[in-house]
Design a protein around this ligand. Structure first.
Ligand code: SOE
Length: 380
C-alpha cells in the first residue's frame, strides 16, 4: 500500500470520527493507498499534542498555513468549524493538496462557489463529509431507486430531530458550542442538520427546484462563552420546509434541536408508484421496504436487516447478521475516496455536490425571511 499522508485540522467530535476512519480503513478494505496520520493542527498546542498521542499522529502544528505548506502532507482534512472551511480549502487547493472538508461546505452558496472554483482550477481530488450516504442501508436505498424498483417518485419526507439546546442556561459559542453561534456556524439546524437530509435527498431523488420555509429561534438570548455577555441568538433553532424536486415529486423536511426525547432522529421516507422505502438512524442497520409487486397475500412492509455480504460494504466487515454503526460510515467514505483516487473517478459528494446543498440551504433561509417560495440556484 502506498502512503496517503493526512494533515487533520481540528480535534473535536469530527476530528475523532475522521481519525478513527483513517486508522480503521486499511484493516477492512483492500486499497492502493493507506492513510498515514502525519499531523494534527490546532491552535492550542497542548490539546493538539494530547490528540496526537491518543490517535497516533506523528506531529502537530498550531498554524494551518504551516500545515498546508508542508511537503510531507498529501491530504488536508478540515474538521474545524464552518467559518474557516473556505479560507483553508482555497489555500489548500492552491498548494495542490487533496481536500476532505466537513459539512456544510461553505458558509453559504457564494462562499462555496469559490471553494469549487479553487479545487477545479487546481484539479485536486475533493470530498465533503456527508457521511450518512455511506450507511449501508442508505446506500442500498440508492441502489433500489436507481434500479427503478420504486417507479415514478411522488413523495420524499425527511426529519432530523434533536433536543440538546432546550435548556435556556446553555451558553452559545466557544469550543463545543460554536454550532449555536451564527458567526461561526453560518446557520443553525438548517446548515447543520437539514444539510444532511438535503444531501441524502438529492442523491436519492435528484435536484430540488423550489422551497418554501419557516424557521424559529425559540431562545432569543444566551450568554456567550467567549465574551461572558448575554447576547442575541442568531441561529435558527428549528427549520422546516416544503420542496419540489425536478422529477415532479413533493417533499417535506423538518429539523429542530427542541424535540424533547430525540437525540439524533434522522429519518427519511420515499414513496413511488411501485414501492416505498423508510430509514431511521436510530435503527440504522435496517431498511423498511414495501414492494407493491409482491404477491398481494403476503404484501407488506419488510424490515430488511442490512448485514448480509451482498449488502453494500458489508462483505468487508464481520459475518452475516452482525451489525456495524455510525463510525463505520466514515470508514466507508475514506475507502470510497481512496478507490476514487485509484480509479480516477472521484467519489461523491464532491465540493460541487456540497455546493448544490448550500444552494438549497440558502434558499431555505431566504424563504424563511421573505415568506415566499424561492428558486434554488443550480450548480453549473
Ligand atoms: C449536531 O449535534 C451534529 O453533531 C451534527 O453536527 C452532525 O453533522 C450530525 O451528524 C449529528 O449531529
Amino acid at each position: 500500500m502506498k502512503p496517503l499522508r493526512i494533515g487533520l485540522i481540528g480535534y473535536g467530535f469530527m476530528g475523532r470520527t475522521h481519525s478513527n476512519a483513517f486508522t480503521q480503513v486499511k484493516n477492512f478494505f483492500d486499497l492502493e493507498y493507506q492513510p498515514v496520520l502525519k499531523a494534527i493542527c490546532a491552535r492550542d498546542a497542548g490539546k493538539a499534542k494530547a490528540f496526537a498521542t491518543k490517535w497516533g499522529y506523528e506531529s502537530i502544528e498550531t498554524d494551518w498555513k504551516k500545515l498546508i505548506a508542508r511537503d510531507d502532507i498529501d491530504v488536508i482534512d478540515i474538521a474545524a468549524p464552518n467559518n474557516v472551511h473556505a479560507e483553508i480549502s482555497i489555500a489548500a487547493a492552491k498548494a495542490g493538496k487533496m481536500i476532505l472538508c466537513e459539512k456544510p461546505l461553505g458558509f453559504n452558496g457564494p462562499e462555496a462557489e469559490k471553494m469549487v472554483a479553487a479545487v477545479q482550477k487546481a484539479k485536486v481530488p475533493n470530498m465533503v463529509w456527508y457521511n450518512y450516504r455511506r450507511v449501508p442501508a442508505v446506500t442500498l436505498a440508492k441502489q433500489l431507486i436507481d434500479e427503478g424498483r420504486l417507479g415514478k417518485i411522488f413523495h420524499y419526507r425527511a426529519k432530523f430531530l434533536q433536543d440538546w439546546t432546550i435548556n435556556a442556561d446553555l451558553p452559545q459559542g466557544g469550543a463545543g458550542l460554536w454550532r449555536l453561534d451564527a458567526k461561526v456556524a453560518g446557520s443553525g439546524v438548517t446548515g447543520d442538520l437539514l444539510a444532511h437530509c438535503i444531501d441524502t435527498a438529492m442523491w436519492l431523488n435528484g435536484s430540488i427546484d423550489t422551497v418554501t420555509a419557516m424557521t424559529e429561534t425559540f431562545i432569543k438570548e444566551r450568554k456567550h462563552t467567549l465574551t461572558g455577555k448575554v447576547q442575541k441568538v442568531t441561529i435558527d433553532d428549528a427549520s422546516a420546509f416544503l420542496a419540489r424536486f425536478s422529477n415532479g415529486s413533493l417533499a417535506t423536511f423538518e429539523s429542530t434541536r427542541y424535540a424533547r426525547g430525540h437525540k439524533a432522529l434522522y429519518t427519511f421516507e420515499i414513496n413511488g408508484e411501485n414501492g416505498s422505502l423508510f430509514w431511521d438512524l436510530h435503527d440504522l442497520h435496517r431498511l423498511q421496504v414495501f414492494d407493491y409487486k409482491d404477491e398481494s397475500k403476503v404484501r407488506g412492509w419488510k424490515s430488511v436487516h442490512i448485514t448480509d455480504g451482498d449488502h453494500p460494504y458489508m462483505k468487508n466487515w464481520w459475518v452475516p447478521g452482525l451489525q456495524i454503526g455510525y463510525a463505520e460510515t466514515f470508514v466507508h467514505q475514506v475507502a470510497d475516496f481512496i478507490q476514487g483516487l485509484s480509479s480516477g473517478k472521484m467519489a461523491s459528494p464532491t465540493f460541487k455536490d456540497g455546493l448544490a446543498t448550500d444552494y438549497v440551504t440558502d434558499a431555505v433561509l431566504k424563504s424563511a425571511k421573505t415568506m415566499k417560495w424561492e428558486k434554488v440556484k443550480k450548480v453549473k
